[in-house]
Design a protein around this ligand. Structure first.
Ligand SMILES: Nc1ncnc2c1ncn2[C@@H]1O[C@H](COP(=O)(O)OP(=O)(O)O)[C@@H](O)[C@H]1O
Ligand SMILES: [Mg+2]
Length: 150
């Protein structure tokens, strides 16, 4: 049986009287790639924001490796060093190169050395076809390319 990374149990979220999420239930196992598809305004971003602790669920549980992270007493910065989120508006640093954009978070948040951050950045930039653009600034690449850098 493969390991459960994330378990969403009976998750609900309302903004005032507007119920956006009701009884959402799914499990993400190690190695899974999951797509959440729905009409604009149906609650996809709200769901992901709940998983990243950017919104507080109104009901239900979010279990990360079996621990409920929606409850009190969770160290949010520590949790977010394991659970990443890429936003629709990706906000790259315009004054930094593609490579530097991919290094800075690793160094500041994950406390990786400059060299390790560089190696990781190069590995993943290569994987998404962005190796030829490592010295480009965000304004010199397309929207889709920026999304890949993010
Ligand atoms: N902070 C908020 N306050 C009030 N309503 C919100 C807030 N965030 C999202 N909503 C509402 O929740 C619904 C779902 O939004 P969202 O999760 O962004 O949808 P999706 O990402 O699927 O397009 C929308 O009706 C939106 O107006
Ligand atoms: Mg959205």
């Amino acid at each position: 049986m493969s390991e459960n990374i994330l378990e969403i149990r009976h998750l609900g979220k309302s903004f005032g009287t507007h119920e956006v999420l009701r009884d959402i239930d799914f499990t993400v196992k190690k190695g899974d790639v999951i797509s959440i598809i729905g009409a604009s305004g149906s609650g996809k971003s709200t769901l992901l924001r709940c998983v990243n602790l950017l919104e507080t669920p109104s009901s239900g549980q979010i279990l990360y490796h079996g621990t409920d992270v929606a409850g009190r007493g969770v160290n949010a910065p520590e949790y977010r060093s394991h659970v990443g989120m890429m936003f629709q508006s990706f906000n790259l640093f315009n004054n930094m190169s593609v490579l530097k954009n991919c290094m800075v978070g690793q160094m500041k948040v994950l406390k990786r050395s400059k060299e390790e951050a560089r190696q990781q950045a190069l590995k993943y930039l290569e994987k998404v076809g962005m190796a030829p653009y490592i010295n480009a600034k965000p304004r010199q690449i397309s929207g889709g390319q920026k999304q890949r850098v993010a």
